[in-house]
Ligand binder design. Structure first.
Ligand code: FAD
Length: 299
């Protein structure tokens, strides 16, 4: 009889991680934990929890990360930014994470408190940049530290070379993995990865994959984040504003094509922006061969 779900992903060559955000309401919290439970069976390499702009979710992020550490078999990574906190406050948060068993932080500068497009003014008592934050975290304890990367350039950056220099500085400070901003044109990611490699960046540069749950919302987010939406992607979603079923099928097809395209190009690690939902991400993982293994129960 094959009926017990064993929490071991089958022997897939792919390494998967998932990103969640801290829920705002009890209903959203229920949905998050249902998602966490479903994706846990796929044995992700790690799962990360975002930190609201301006540090607005500090407690909620900590609560979710600590619960994942304490109640699941997954390794959580806590996002942390330099915004709106002194170095002392950030160091205390980092120490708290270590004390509850968290060993991985996604270290970011954060957006300027005035919003994307305004000038970033570091807190006079805080960490002035993501590089300083990475170094600070590593000086507190031997955390695994992931950082961001921008295949199409960060909105504040003048050139891709500047982005690669920023990434190199973060690696020199102790970062061991980069997770990219989302993108829809695989060539942009592959070219960026090749340029980073040619510049001596050797850490994994893991593609951040964003399923398009709501095209209008994702397009707005992309515009603010400096990520392009190719014409062919926009055309796919034209006329689907009031047709959620077709929208969902088109979104699933689009993200599956993207991930399979990257897999054919040799990419073996993926970080999924889940929006706290399991369905599409679970299906993609299934196609990649990342599945819960059914264990042979005692006869
Ligand atoms: P950094 O490494 O600090 O810099 C990114 C680029 O900006 C560099 O390439 C550099 O060239 C350029 N740059 C930086 N400063 C300057 C400057 N002064 N002048 C010129 N160029 C400059 N935000 C949150 O608030 N919470 C989160 O949980 C969160 N998670 C994220 C996860 C991922 C994977 C990614 C890709 C982004 C995330 N962000 C999050 C967004 C991020 O905080 C913003 O994009 C922020 O503006 C930059 O911080 P950073 O650490 O990503 O970039």
């Amino acid at each position: 009889m094959f009926n017990a779900l064993h929490p071991t992903a089958s022997g897939s060559r792919f390494r998967i991680s998932y990103e969640f955000f801290p829920p705002k309401t009890p209903e959203m919290e229920t949905q998050l934990w249902e998602t966490v439970k479903r994706l846990e069976a796929l044995q992700p390499h790690f799962v990360s929890v975002t930190y609201g702009a301006g540090g607005s979710t500090r407690e909620r992020t900590h609560h979710i990360v600590a619960r994942i550490a304490g109640e699941t078999d997954m390794k959580p990574a806590a996002h942390l930014t330099c915004v709106a906190a002194s170095r002392q406050e950030i160091d205390a948060i980092v120490q708290d994470y270590w004390d509850v068993g968290v060993r991985h932080i996604v270290a970011l500068r954060g957006d300027p408190p005035g919003g994307v497009g305004t000038r970033f003014m570091p807190n006079p008592l805080g960490y002035p940049s993501s590089t300083h934050l990475v170094r600070g975290i590593k000086s507190i304890a031997d955390f695994e530290v992931s950082v961001s990367a921008y295949p199409e350039g960060h909105p504040e950056s003048r050139s891709i070379d500047q982005d690669i220099d920023a990434l190199k500085a973060k690696v020199d400070a102790g970062a061991t993995r980069a997770i990219t901003q989302f993108f829809f044109d695989n060539d942009i990611y592959l070219k960026f990865r090749d340029r980073a490699r040619a510049s001596g960046v050797t850490i994994p540069i893991v593609p951040g994959i964003m399923p398009i749950r709501n095209f209008r919302q994702v397009a707005g987010f992309a515009a603010r984040a400096g990520a392009s939406v190719p014409r062919w992607v926009a055309e796919r979603f034209e006329g689907l504003e009031n047709d959620p079923e077709t929208h969902a099928l088109v979104a699933a097809t689009t993200v599956v094509e993207q991930v399979m395209g990257l897999a054919r190009a040799g990419v073996e690690e993926f970080h999924f922006y889940t929006n706290n939902r399991a369905d599409m991400v679970f299906a993609i993982c299934h196609l990649l061969g990342v599945r819960p293994v059914r264990e042979k129960a005692d006869a």
